[in-house]
Design a protein around this ligand. Structure first.
Ligand SMILES: Cc1ncc(COP(=O)(O)O)c(C=O)c1O
Length: 415
């Protein structure tokens, strides 16, 4: 197995750059760089047949991943997450088939390990010794874990109100945690300064070329799990948009390798009502999104006021015939509860947003009953127990009839 990476290409001005050097954004125009591959070569080796014997981790698709020396393909067993049927939600919302890609089962509890697993591994291969990034929480934990795995120093900057479980998780991996009185982009400014003065390698969303390579494995897995085809719609909780653009890139590469056809799912962006720069730009017909002032939402992963990949996200949504919608924080929490109560999947508030979006899009007729729809469930709810706390009866061990305190499903609020 070998990687067929050939070069890096700017997604904006088209300039080509060497992949053998440490790169950030395009030196010519400062936009997002993509890894490009010899897909003809990759096609001959990454066949459906060959994949049958491979492990389900990030490096399953080694031919179209950026690490060239397998010794640097660090893994914690990420990926290979289930594409679960959600029959109760499907019938409740009026879909024939609704699926949940459950990324909460990844190491550290979120899809972020895919991107950071790829970026940190490649950084280690290129000789970097310190990786750093701003994060709303999940990405920081993922970076810290892979930095440890790869033997690199990790530095994360987080808004100070990030859930403490995420800060603690980073610390236990040995990362340096810097807390910032501000939003994620303020954290980004701090990391940029450290990168300039101390030579830290900045792993910020799409400010280095490889996180999206890891994220694209979600798209490859979805296609493979569906028997090498894509669904009709894919609903994605969008912050910086790495996952959405990564999945979109995956489908292009798979088509060029003859593994899927030209059909694409409608790519659907969901954002929080009080932080929706991409939805606003989509509705305005713009290709770039203005910064969203005073962003706030319980879903820290969606609290991204400005995305460097705005044009890539908006292009994917438009080319796919998709759409972009917002949901409120209350709706997200309701969506979280609904997913847990109906399907037994405890996911994060970001995921609550896609659950509610699926319902709204079905009710408005934007999605049809026959549209096979995938909800990307980006993270576990276990880091967010503060959002779902409730009371349970405390019984004396001699309680004569404990059964009377056990609420039956009928007595609880119905999903
Ligand atoms: C749970 C969760 N969902 C979604 C997102 C947004 O992801 P993306 O940057 O790919 O838009 C994040 C980002 O932090 C997240 O943590």
């Amino acid at each position: 197995m070998r990687s067929y990476i050939t070069h890096l290409e700017c997604t904006y001005c088209g300039a080509q750059h060497k992949h053998s050097e440490v790169m950030k954004t395009c030196p010519e125009c400062n936009k997002v760089l993509y890894a490009r591959y010899d897909l003809e070569g990759a096609k001959a080796s990454m066949t459906k047949e060959a994949l049958k014997d491979r492990e389900w981790n990030l490096w399953r698709y080694f031919e179209i991943m950026p690490v060239t020396d397998p010794a640097y393909a660090f893994t914690l067993g990420e990926g290979g997450t289930p594409l679960l049927e959600a029959p109760k939600l499907a019938s409740r919302f009026g879909f024939e088939r609704l699926l949940v890609k459950d990324e909460g089962l990844n190491p550290t509890g979120s899809f972020k390990v895919r991107g950071l697993g790829a970026a940190v591994s490649r950084a280690a291969e290129l000789g970097v010794d310190t990786v750093a990034m701003p994060s709303a929480g999940n990405a920081a934990a993922a970076m810290a874990a892979y930095a440890r795995r790869a033997g690199l120093r990790g530095i994360v900057a987080m808004p100070q109100d990030t859930p403490s479980v995420m800060k603690d998780e980073c610390r236990i991996y040995g990362a340096t945690v810097l807390l910032v009185d501000g939003l994620i982009d303020d954290c980004g400014t701090l990391i940029k300064r450290g990168a300039g003065s101390a030579g830290w390698f900045d792993c910020s969303t799409l400010k280095e070329p490889y996180r999206q390579e890891g994220k694209k494995t979600m798209g490859i897995e979805i296609a493979e799990q569906l028997g090498w085809r894509v669904p009709d719609a894919l609903i994605y909780p969008t912050g910086g948009g790495t996952g959405l653009v990564g999945i979109w890139k995956a489908f292009d590469e798979l088509e060029q390798m003859g593994l899927i056809g030209s059909k694409r799912p409608k790519m659907i962006v969901v954002q929080a009502e009080n932080c929706a720069p991409i939805v606003r730009a989509f509705n305005a017909g713009a290709r770039h999104a203005e910064r969203w002032e005073n962003a706030h939402t319980v879903a820290s992963g969606l609290r991204v006021p400005a995305a460097i990949a705005d044009y890539l996200i908006l292009d994917a949504v438009r080319e796919s015939g998709g759409t972009a919608i917002t949901v409120s924080d209350d709706e997200m929490l309701h969506g979280m509860e609904l997913l847990a109560r109906t399907e037994g999947i405890f996911a994060s508030p970001e995921v609550g947003s896609v659950v509610v979006a699926a319902q709204k899009l079905r009710e408005s007729g934007v999605l049809k009953e026959s549209d096979e729809t995938v909800l990307v469930s980006t993270a576990s709810g276990l880091m967010h127990t503060e959002l779902v706390q409730g009371d349970s009866p405390v019984l004396n061990k001699n309680e004569p009839n404990p059964a009377r305190f056990v609420p039956t499903p009928e007595r609880r609020s119905q999903p």
